[in-house]
Design a protein around this ligand. Structure first.
Ligand code: SF4
Ligand code: SF4
Length: 475
């Protein structure tokens, strides 16, 4: 009977650990490959301080066009809140570089490759450091990880300095000491973090662990121990919680039907050194190693695991099925959809030219014949991939363009400063006691493609009062 049931629970079982490895491989491949993929000259994501550009979804935005940045930040934060409310620290266990690096270092390098640690199922037992052999092997592990950390640091950098520039800059290190220093600094931090700080980073340093608990509710998915089936292992509340049983006989003494064998497989395997039977803890990164451990122990006894990837409602309180589509989650999904839609709308309004027009310091110039001129400094920027000829018009028929007289060429992704002089051919205001700001709209466009490249900017033309105009005309 037990053998048949055991087959049921363990047959075809793919541990969460293996699924996590696949998630790690996918995340690593995406992180490494993404900076190399280009559509036209644009990357999927690149925040390039060098050229003052943001590339997002293969669209290039100049610094003046960073109106999608607030939406990106909103998506990031709301996305983290939504994911945490839905699935706890799933990011930490399944995709965070810190966890991936620790698994690579501790479980692959230290345990599988070099045998410094005996078993990936016991993460509590430290290697025997009195053995010289282990010290030498640890040195080898650090060297291998240092090389990998350099690759990881370079990969991180490629989201700020694209690979095509990065390798060019490496050939001339004396001129790019900041970039090289940054990569070396990140690599050094990764070595210190992964080799010495370890999971203390997740527990004490990472701010995410501090905020996550306020986002949880009783339907949040996480590793949960079933105290009703397994038996009570801890008593008390919060910090006061203390262990009341250590052996199976103590568990059975509470109730002969209690199922926890007190084998502590779930405790030994935990990378953050906690006991999931104590309930929800900030340190839990949702890696589900304890679920795998108990699934094997209980599966061999022909029973379902006592630690499940589930919710407090379903597994701890036995108060019904987990509510996946609850108001909080639907609210997050709604807000995220709106922000995403707004971001696409804003992104689609990307202009193929930019223009800044600033009035010069002189108010106006008045000629003896009564004509009035205003001067401005215009910064025209061609954000398109090919060169264009640019010119502009003004919406007031009584104002003419004195300078520049002709359309002018700007190379692809280049900018040009132009002095703009506008002249009022006829009086714009009469009988005014004060100088008057007359609103004017400039329509700048590419002469060769006005349909696609055409933008409007509002400026003011300062027209003198009658008294000021008369005074200047006399000079
Ligand atoms: S209790 Fe430990 S092993 Fe279990 S999911 Fe949390 S961090 Fe992982
Ligand atoms: S692995 Fe399961 S049976 Fe063993 S101590 Fe943990 S909860 Fe109890």
């Amino acid at each position: 009977m037990a053998t048949a049931a055991k087959k049921d629970y363990l047959k075809g079982l793919v541990p969460y650990r293996i699924k996590r490895y696949w998630a790690y491989i996918a995340a690593t491949v995406v992180a490494l490959v993404l900076p190399w993929i280009k559509v036209g000259d644009n990357h999927f994501f690149l925040l390039n301080f060098d050229h003052k550009q943001l590339h997002f979804m293969f669209v290039r935005f100049d610094m003046q066009e960073l109106y999608i940045m607030p939406f990106l930040l909103m998506l990031l934060f709301l996305g983290i809140f939504a994911l945490t409310a839905f699935a706890g620290r799933a990011w930490c266990g399944w995709a965070c570089p810190q966890t991936i690096f620790r698994v690579l270092y501790r479980d692959f390098l230290e345990t599988k490759l070099l045998g410094i640690r005996k078993n990936i199922k016991n993460k509590q037992k430290e290697p025997d450091w009195s053995k010289t052999e282990n010290k030498v092997k640890e040195g080898i592990a650090i060297l291998i990880w240092s090389a990998l950390a350099l690759v990881a640091a370079a990969d991180f950098m490629w989201y700020f300095v694209p690979p095509e520039d990065f390798f060019k800059y490496l050939q001339n290190p004396a001129e790019h000491t900041v970039m090289i220093g940054f990569v070396l600094g990140v690599a050094a931090f990764l070595v210190a973090d992964v080799v010495f700080i370890k999971e203390s980073f997740c527990v004490y340093i990472c701010p995410y662990s501090r905020v996550q608990s306020v986002l949880f509710d009783e339907d949040t998915l996480m590793a949960v121990y079933d105290p009703i089936r397994g038996g009570k292992i801890y008593e008390g509340h919060g910090e006061e919680k203390h262990k009341i049983v250590n052996k199976q006989k103590d568990v059975l003494a509470q109730n002969p039907d209690n199922e926890c064998t007190a084998c502590e497989s779930c405790v030994r395997v935990c990378p953050t050194h906690i006991d999931i039977r104590k309930g929800l803890q900030l340190e839990c990164i949702n890696c589900l190693e304890c679920v795998d451990a108990c699934t094997t122990v209980m599966g061999n006894l022909g029973k379902p695991s006592l630690v499940q990837w589930s919710s407090e409602r379903e597994t701890e309180k036995h108060a019904g099925k987990t509510k996946y589509f609850r108001p909080k989650i639907l609210g997050y999904a709604g807000v995220l959809t709106v922000v995403l839609a707004m971001m696409f709308v804003m992104g689609s309004k990307k202009e193929n030219m930019l223009l800044n027009v600033n009035k010069d310091t002189r108010l106006y110039k008045v000629y003896k014949d009564g004509t009035v001129e205003n001067s401005y400094l215009g910064l025209f920027q061609n954000t398109d991939t090919k060169a264009h000829k640019y010119y502009f018009s003004v919406d007031n028929p009584n104002i003419e363009i004195v300078q520049p007289r002709e359309p002018f060429k700007i190379a692809a992704r280049n900018k040009r400063k132009k002095v703009i002089v506008l002249r009022a051919k006829k009086p714009l205001v009469q009988g005014a006691k004060e100088d008057t700001s007359v609103p004017v709209t400039i329509n700048a466009y590419a002469v060769d493609d006005k349909k696609k490249i055409s933008i409007f900017r509002k400026i003011v033309f300062l027209y003198p009062s009658d008294k000021n105009k008369a005074a200047k005309m006399k000079k």
